[in-house]
Design a protein around this ligand. Structure first.
Ligand SMILES: Nc1ncnc2c1ncn2[C@@H]1O[C@H](COP(=O)(O)OP(=O)(O)OP(=O)(O)O)[C@@H](O)[C@H]1O
Length: 221
């Protein structure tokens, strides 16, 4: 079981943002975390690669307490793609090589294709990219690391319908190949495509199961 959470809680300045979370995330599964704005979804995602540590409870990765992992080593295996892209270099090819200096041009072009970006972008400066292109470039940069688990925060929030479908298909392809994907999303398509969904509300896990079993379904198409 890649992630298991037992009575996980997280407080910020004495205010509980997450409380009593009991959930498992399955290997090679698409797990979607959904729920209303401010429910604690991004906070939960951040706990999974130690951008924050739980205040209470137990959180394990592959059966070992998460806090025992070296943070940097963990973040190569469990990679988070933030909602708002942060690009670290001046050009697209360099961006893809941030965590993989050995990445060759053919692999770099392939990564762009997987996230639905044209190969020509490889030689472009990162400065001129649109928000949606930058979001997908961050996803491609994460894929370059070949993570065991991929954590996606609103991965298609800046994308049009067709581009969002490409990313959703990619998530399915990754899970079919054994990567565990945890995605925070308000988009019904992600919830419907999930193997398992966690619904948070006010920092508590209110539903957990296959999407067809949920009472909660986000608004939208
Ligand atoms: N750095 C912070 N300082 C103070 N409060 C924070 C911080 N980060 C998150 N919060 C609060 O924690 C709660 C949960 O935030 P979180 O971003 O996890 O929710 P979310 O479910 O992802 O919301 P959304 O769908 O709007 O992105 C919110 O009330 C938010 O205001």
């Amino acid at each position: 079981m890649p992630f298991s959470m037992t009575d996980v809680g997280f407080d910020r300045k004495g205010t509980p943002l997450l409380d009593g979370i009991d959930a498992d995330v399955g290997q090679g599964r698409l797990t979607v975390v959904t729920g209303p704005s401010g429910a604690g979804k991004s906070t939960l995602l951040r706990l999974l690669n130690r951008l924050a540590d739980p205040t209470r409870g137990h959180l394990a990765f592959n059966g070992r307490p998460l806090h025992e992992f070296d943070v940097l080593a963990l973040r190569r295996r469990v990679v988070l793609v933030a909602q708002h892209p942060v690009l670290l270099t001046d050009d697209v090819a360099a961006e893809l090589r941030v965590g993989r200096p050995d990445l060759d041009p053919a692999d770099a072009a392939d990564l762009l294709g997987r996230v639905g970006l044209p190969e020509e972008l490889l030689h472009r400066p990162t400065a001129g990219l649109s928000g949606g292109q930058a979001q997908r470039l961050c996803l491609a940069r994460a894929l370059a690391l070949q993570p065991e688990a991929l954590l996606l925060d609103e991965p298609t929030s800046a994308l049009d319908w067709a581009a969002a479908e490409v990313v959703l298909d990619l998530a399915r392809t990754l899970t079919a190949a054994g990567t565990s994907v945890v995605a925070v999303s308000h988009d019904r398509r992600w919830v419907r495509a999930a193997d398992s969904a966690l619904v948070l509300d006010g920092g508590r896990l209110v539903e957990h199961g296959p999407p067809e079993s949920l009472d909660y379904l986000p608004e939208g198409a």
